[in-house]
Structure formats: C-alpha cells, structure tokens
Design a protein around this ligand. Structure first.
Ligand code: FAD
Ligand code: DHB
Length: 390
C-alpha cells in the first residue's frame, strides 16, 4: 500500500491531522493499536482553546461542537476557601474557552473520517516506523492476522506518550527532558448537574480539587491523590466526601452526587522531546510532550502541533517548498515551552506537595495574593489559560 502521509495514532492529534490533510487533497492512512471503542471510552480533556475550535472548523468537524459546547468566560480559583474569580473574557479582550469533551471531539473526527471512507486501521499489532532517515519511509503492522506495509513520503508520530514513534529515532537523536510530580489526579465522571456554571480550581490544605463538567447534566471532578493510590482504594462515597471537604462550605453544600460513570487516576508529569522531527518522522501531541493537566493544555498543544505540521506538509505538496516542514520543530517547540511553563506554574501554585516547608506555603499564598490584587498577574494567567496565539 502507498500513501503520502502515514499517521501512527488515532487520538485527537492523528485524526485532526488526517482530516486537514484530506481536505487539502493529501492522501493519508491512520493506524492505531487500540480499538475504536477503547479510544472512545478514554475520558480525558474537557477544555478547548478558541484556536483548537477554529482548527476543528477548518477541518469541517465543528457542527456538534458549535451546537453543544459550553462557552466559559471565566473560572474560580479557591485558596483556603477564599474564592477569586478570573474573568477570562474581560482580561483577554473577549476571549473564552469551550468546554467540550475530548471524547466527543474524537468521535466527531472519527465520524467524519468514516463518512469519507478514509483508510484507517484499528486494533493493529506491532506497529513500527522504518527508514525515516531516508526518502522512502514505511510503516509496518499486523491487522487481523495480516502483515501490512505502508510506503509513504512522511510519517506522523501521533501515538501519544506510550507510543512507538518517540522510541524509534536512534539513541541520542532526541533529548528528553522530564519533571515528575509527587501526586496524581483521581477523576470521577457522573450524571449530575455541575456544582457551578464555571470551573473551580481549589488549593486546600487536604490537596487540590477541580470541579469541571461536560454538559448541564454531566459533571467531571478531580482530586489530588498520592501517587501510590489505586482506584480500588477509592469508593465513590469516599471520593464525594473528600471533594466536599476541599471546597468552601457554600460550594460543597451544592454538590449533587450519583454513582460514577468512570473513575481513574492519572499521574502528573512534564516531558518534552527535542527536536520533534527526525528525518521524515514528525512527532506531534503527547508523543512529543506531556504537560500536567492543571492548565488544560495537553489537547490544545496537540492541536497547535497539528496546525504547524499540516501547514508544513501543505506547503511541501502545493508549493514544493520544504521551508514549513523544516521549521516545524522549532515553531511547535516555541509554543510547547510556553505551555510547559504555564502548566508547571499552575500545578506548583495549586497543589499541596508532600514535603512543603512553611516557606513554600507562604510563596503559594503570595502567588494567590498577586492574582487577587494585581490585574497584570491575573491577565498573565488569563492569556495563558485561553491559549497563546498560533
Ligand atoms: P493520545 O490521545 O494519547 O492518542 C494517541 C493514540 O495513539 C491512541 O489512540 C493510542 O491508542 C495510539 N497508540 C499508542 N501507541 C501506539 C502504537 N504503538 N501504535 C499505534 N498506535 C498507538 N488536555 C487539554 O488540552 N485540556 C484538558 O482539559 C485536559 N485534561 C486532561 C485530563 C486528564 C485526566 C488527562 C489524562 C489528560 C488531559 N489532557 C487535557 C491531555 C490530553 O488528553 C492529551 O494531551 C491528548 O489526548 C493528546 O492527544 P494525542 O492525540 O497526542 O495523544
Ligand atoms: C478538565 C481537565 C483539566 O485538566 C482541566 O484543567 C480542566 C478541566 C476536564 O476534564 O474537564
């Protein structure tokens, strides 16, 4: 089989790239090791920047997003039960964020791909990129017992943090920089109305808590938990009790509970692989970098990578110029590092660290006072949260 761009990974990065390429008449095939059902039952991001929504529009998959998303003009920060509103709209000159589940975005992209009959392999084993240091790269895999090879011009490694693409360049070709955090997030989804119209990020002495949502009838909550914890350690009653304890009484009293649709624990880490290209293999999204979820940046960074990569590939095929693909890594990394800084900062300010000294704690309080009393500080937070331009 032959295509122009072989895409490894059918998460948001791979699917969005595939759709943009298709609309620009650039042939592509997607291969994922997971099943479609597995991908659609993974519950992850919920906050999309306007730039991400604009890319979905460009890809022609924004009908359901436009009809069902929740547009948020701000959110609440809570420190030791003191609530401070961040007016995203006012501070950024009219920008908002869209609350729309990653699962829904993925479904929209999969539906569009299927409607166009574009080649996609799910449940593939032994997916491997080959010969990307030369002009004739190839992706091999096994699907339904059959060995398949895709000859291509380029390989897009969109296979996330645990994928094969980031492991494939020779040792030393990419520098991996990493920071880990001594806690995870325990998430719970339930069909109950959200406790508030906007998101609430809380730093409490018992740990971080986040109140989010997917719709007026579906809530998504997170609490910081020790890294060693397992989901089985947490009954839903224990979760709801702990969540309430970490929120101001007037907010906690309004929480409605129900049996969870899902509970899971995600570790927090910051990782960047540099550069994001090796020969004809390009990394995009979580395959190239991870941010801790506090700033809601992971999915949005995957989208901006895809934007730069798509523009580069389009230039290559339509203008016969390599300038865009040659600039890809540097362009993407510039935005990645800004989001890494912001996500690290928001994580550091909002969580309780196991060995925090009184000094560290006072610094967190000082950060909060800055946000409450300095419009400049709040504006910097708001500009990053709604997403830096790309
Ligand atoms: P993925 O979604 O990981 O997709 C990669 C795909 O590659 C998968 O389908 C996988 O099956 C496939 N794959 C893996 N290995 C192979 C292989 N060897 N061969 C073939 N295929 C393979 N981001 C935000 O922007 N906003 C948020 O609010 C937010 N909240 C989050 C909350 C949580 C709890 C978590 C865990 C993450 C959150 N994120 C958020 C991050 C966001 O979910 C990720 O950044 C996003 O999924 C990245 O998309 P991706 O397509 O790069 O990778
Ligand atoms: C959600 C996840 C985040 O990481 C975040 O910062 C805000 C919302 C969510 O899943 O709804």
């Amino acid at each position: 089989m032959r295509t122009q761009v072989a895409i490894i990974g059918s998460g948001p990065a791979g699917l969005l790239l595939g759709q943009l390429l298709y609309r620009a008449s650039i042939d592509n095939v997607i291969v994922d090791r997971a099943s479609k059902t597995h991908i659609l039952t993974r519950i992850r991001a919920g906050v999309l920047e306007e730039g991400t929504a604009a890319l979905l529009e460009q890809a022609g998959v924004d009908a359901r997003l436009k009809a069902q998303n929740l547009l948020h003009d701000g959110f609440d920060l809570v420190f030791d039960n003191e609530v401070h509103h961040i007016d995203l709209f006012g501070l950024t000159g009219g920008k908002r964020v869209h609350v729309y589940g990653q699962t829904e975005m993925t479904r929209d992209l999969m539906d569009a791909r299927e409607a166009e009959g574009l080649e996609t392999y799910y449940g593939a084993d032994d997916v491997l990129p080959h010969d990307f240091d030369g002009d004739n790269p190839r992706v091999s895999f096994v699907c339904d017992g059959q060995s398949i090879d895709i000859d291509c011009d380029f390989i897009a490694g969109c296979d996330g943090f645990h994928g094969v693409s980031r492991q494939s360049p020779p040792a030393g070709a990419m520098t991996v920089m990493e920071k880990t955090y001594p806690f995870g997030w325990l998430g719970l989804m339930a069909d109950v109305p959200p406790v508030s119209d906007e998101l609430i990020y809380a730093n409490h002495q018992r740990g971080f808590a986040l109140c989010s949502m997917r719709s007026p009838t579906r809530s998504r909550y997170y609490i910081q938990c020790p890294l060693e914890d397992h989901v089985e350690d947490w009954s839903d009653t224990r979760f709801w009790d702990e969540l309430r304890r970490r929120l101001p009484a007037q907010i906690a009293a309004k929480i409605t509970t129900a049996p969870p649709l899902e509970m899971s624990i995600a570790p927090l880490r910051s990782v960047v692989s540099e550069p994001m290209r090796f020969g004809r293999l390009f990394l995009a999204g979580d395959a190239a970098h991870i941010v801790p979820p506090t700033g809601a940046k992971g999915l949005n960074l995957a989208a901006s990578d895809v934007h730069y990569l798509f523009e580069g590939l389009r230039e290559f095929y339509t203008d016969r110029s390599s300038a865009g693909i040659d600039a890809y890594s540097a362009r993407a990394l510039h935005r990645v590092w800004n989001a890494e800084r912001f996500s690290w900062w928001m994580t550091s300010v909002m969580h309780r660290f196991p060995q925090m000294s009184a000094f560290d704690r006072r610094l967190q309080q000082a950060e909060f006072y800055q946000l409450v009393h300095s419009k400049a500080a709040s504006t910097a937070l708001a500009e990053n949260y709604v997403g830096l331009p790309f």
